[in-house]
Design a binder for this molecule. Structure first.
Ligand code: FAD
Length: 386
C-alpha cells in the first residue's frame, strides 16, 4: 500500500533536487532562453546526479524508481524557477514506452542515453487537423518490404531540434480488418523526408515548438516500438506519465510564483503594514497554496497508482491531477503577478512571462475541457455530445 504521506526517501530527493535548482534558478533559464540556447549545463548536472533517469530501469543505467520520483525532480526544479520541459517527454513518455514495450535492442540503444542525459527523445502525437481528437490523426505508416514508410504532419512538437529522435504516433493498416491502428515509431532527427519548422510562440522558454512534415519517411522495421497490435495500450502507458509530469511542471511553476509573491507581500509597504497584512492580498495567496497542495496530493496518487502497475486507475487519477495542477498553477501565477502590482509586469521581477507559460498547463498535453469530458463520461457515466 502506498502512503499519502511522503516517504523519507522522497523528502530527501526533494531537498537534494531543490539544492540543485537553487544553484541555477530562474535567472539561468531566462538567460538561456534570451540567448536562444538550451539549459545544457542543468540538464547534464541533473543527469549526473541520477535525476533524469530516476524512473528508468537500473540495468540500463537508470535509478530503478518510478514516475513518483521523476515528478518530484521536475516539481522541485520548477519550484526553483528552472524546470526542464524535456523531462516530460524524454524520460517520462519515451523512456517509459521503450522500457515497457521496446525490443532489447531499442532498450540498449536508447535507455542508457536517456538516463545519463546524453540523448534526448521528443514525442509527437498532435496534428493540425486532429488536435484534441487523437482518434483522427492521419499520419500513416505503410509497409514496404521490411521497411515502414511514414507520411503525415504534426504540430506543436517540443524540442525536436535538440532531440536525437522523435517518438511519432502514426497509424498502420491492420492487414486483417483494414482498420487503422495506432503505432509508435522512433524517427531519428536527420532522417530524409523528416522536416521541421519552428513555430513562433509567445513563450519565453528554451524549448521550441515545431511543425513537422513526414514526407515518405523510410524507416527500418526496428523503428517500430513494441507490438503493432497493442499500440493503443502502449500509447496510454506513455500518456499517463506525461499527464503526471505536466501536473508536476504546473505545481512547480505555481510554487515558484507564489513564493516570489509571498516574499514581496511581506516587505512591500504602502500604508501602515506590509501589503501581506491585508486579507485581500493574503487570502488569495493562502488559497493558491492550498490548491497547489491539493493538486500535489492528486499527483502523488496518480504516480503511486501508475508505479504500482494500475494503468486504468492511473488514467483517471493522472487526468484529474493534470486538471487540478493546471488550474492551481494558472490561479497561483495570476494572483502572484497581481500581488506585485506594477512590478508584476517588469522584466526585473520576471513573473509576467509566467502568465503565458502557466496557460500551457491548461492546454497541453490534454486540455481542461477534454479532461472534464473524460470525467463526465468515464467516471460519472454521463452521455457524450461528440
Ligand atoms: C507549449 C506547448 C508544447 C506542446 N508540446 C507538444 C509535444 O511535445 N508533443 C505533442 O504531441 N503535442 C504538444 N503540444 C500540443 C498540445 O498537446 C495540444 O495543443 C493540445 O492537445 C490541444 O490541441 P489543439 O491545440 O489542437 O487544440 P484543439 O483540439 O483545437 O482545441 C481547441 C479548444 O477547443 C476545446 N475543445 C476541443 N474539443 C472539445 C470538446 N469535444 N469538448 C469541449 N471542448 C473541446 C479545447 O479544450 C481547446 O480549448 C504542445 C502544445 C503547447 C502549447
Amino acid at each position: 500500500m502506498s502512503s499519502t504521506i511522503e516517504s523519507a526517501e522522497h523528502k530527501a530527493l526533494r531537498t537534494a533536487v531543490a539544492a540543485l535548482g537553487q544553484r541555477y534558478g530562474r535567472e539561468y533559464l531566462a538567460r538561456v532562453a534570451r540567448e536562444g540556447g538550451h539549459p545544457d549545463e542543468l540538464w547534464a548536472d541533473a543527469a549526473k546526479l541520477g535525476y533524469l533517469g530516476v524512473n528508468l530501469p537500473e540495468e540500463y543505467g537508470g535509478g530503478g524508481g518510478g514516475i513518483a520520483e521523476l515528478s518530484i525532480v521536475l516539481e522541485e526544479l520548477g519550484a526553483a524557477g528552472c524546470p526542464l520541459l524535456m523531462m516530460v517527454v524524454s524520460p517520462a513518455i519515451c523512456g517509459t514506452v521503450i522500457a515497457r514495450f521496446g525490443t532489447d535492442e531499442q532498450k540498449r540503444t536508447w535507455l542508457p542515453g536517456l538516463a545519463d542525459g546524453s540523448r534526448t527523445m521528443a514525442f509527437g502525437i498532435t496534428e493540425p487537423d486532429a488536435g484534441s481528437n487523437s482518434h483522427r490523426i492521419t499520419t500513416t505508416a505503410r509497409r514496404d518490404g521490411d521497411d515502414w514508410i511514414l507520411t503525415g504532419r504534426k504540430v506543436f512538437i517540443s524540442g525536436v531540434d535538440i532531440a536525437d529522435a522523435t517518438l511519432i504516433v502514426g497509424r498502420a493498416e491492420d492487414a486483417r480488418t483494414g482498420r487503422l491502428k495506432p503505432c509508435l515509431f522512433i524517427v531519428p532527427r536527420d532522417t530524409p523526408g523528416f522536416g521541421r519548422s519552428v513555430i513562433d510562440m509567445e513563450l519565453q522558454a528554451a524549448e521550441k515548438q515545431f511543425e513537422l512534415t513526414l514526407d515518405e519517411v523510410r524507416l527500418p522495421s526496428s523503428a517500430l516500438v513494441g507490438d503493432e497490435d497493442a499500440g493503443l495500450l502502449q500509447l496510454f502507458a506513455g500518456l499517463n506519465p506525461e499527464r503526471i509530469m505536466t501536473a508536476a511542471f504546473a505545481i512547480g511553476m505555481g510554487r515558484y510564483a507564489l513564493a516570489r509573491a509571498v516574499d514581496y507581500a511581506k516587505t512591500r509597504q504602502v500604508w501602515k503594514e506590509p501589503i501581506g497584512a491585508h486579507q485581500a492580498v493574503a487570502h488569495p495567496l493562502a488559497q493558491a497554496h492550498i490548491e497547489l497542495e491539493l493538486a500535489r496530493l492528486m499527483t502523488q496518487k496518480a504516480a503511486a497508482l501508475y508505479d504500482a502497475g494500475d494503468d486504468m486507475g492511473a488514467g483517471e487519477a493522472a487526468n484529474m491531477a493534470k486538471y487540478a495542477a493546471g488550474e492551481a498553477c494558472v490561479r497561483a501565477v495570476d494572483q502572484s503577478v497581481h500581488t506585485l502590482g506594477g512590478n508584476g509586469l517588469t522584466r526585473e521581477y520576471g513573473l509576467g512571462s509566467l502568465i503565458t507559460a502557466s496557460r500551457v498547463a491548461r492546454i497541453a498535453p490534454v486540455s481542461r475541457e477534454m479532461i472534464l469530458n473524460f470525467v463526465s463520461h468515464q467516471t460519472l457515466g454521463l452521455p457524450k455530445s461528440y
